[in-house]
Design a protein around this ligand. Sequence first.
Ligand code: SAM
Length: 243
Amino acid sequence: MDKTAKIRLYVDADLGTGQAVAMSREQAHYLFGVMRLEKGALVALFNGRDGEWQAEVIVANKRNAVLECHRQSKPLQMPPDLWFLFAPIKKARTDFIVEKAAEMGAARIMPVQTAFTQSERMRQDRLQAHALEAAEQCGGTYVPEVTDLAKLDKVLADWPADRQLLFCDETRVGQAASDLSQLSRGPWAILIGPEGGFSAAEVERLRAMAGVHSISLGPRILRADTAAVAALALWQRALGDWV
Ligand code: SAM
């Protein structure tokens, strides 16, 4: 039986049969300093474009580590066309939201500034690195893009006409969790508010927009990070790639 690598790494380089791929210094340290791999070991590589490849270590040197691609072990699997919009909260919880959104199969992760958003400065590059690590560990072959923080008003002003939006609306707390099974498939987005919730003006605007579905996530007020996972699970089960 073919051996399969236990370690997965994201790389920028193109992947294909016989392709030699140089590791970054951090990756080389991880492979040979931390995981103690040796020449001949297999590592799974993906780049978000060419699927996953089994690659053999051909140069095992902490400064000059090179792997050679042997065979494709997974094709590229694109996630459903789902944007995940959320208002950043405290750093650790924002990190959690990005990690979970990537694992749960969001195609694009979009932090938005709402009226009551009270976050510390948000670093897009850190959040992108979290999405990448999440893809490495969950077996994904695609890395969702994390966009820069944008004002919710502006995002809604430019909203594409064909994209439906699941608005997680805390004013519906107490209602049964919404059933999404009757909604139509296609491009979608999910929006989760900050700890302070949405302003009355935001709720009014969202409810008035075409293609926006105001939904309940059940009888209790969920923290934003919990609400993120709950909404992604409901959507994936009804309209995404869990079915
Ligand atoms: N401060 C708000 C309040 O007391 O009503 C709660 C905000 S909640 C912590 C953060 C976000 O999670 C909300 O803006 C909403 O998007 C979502 N959320 C939490 N529980 C929800 C529920 N039961 N139904 C719909 N959305 C919910």
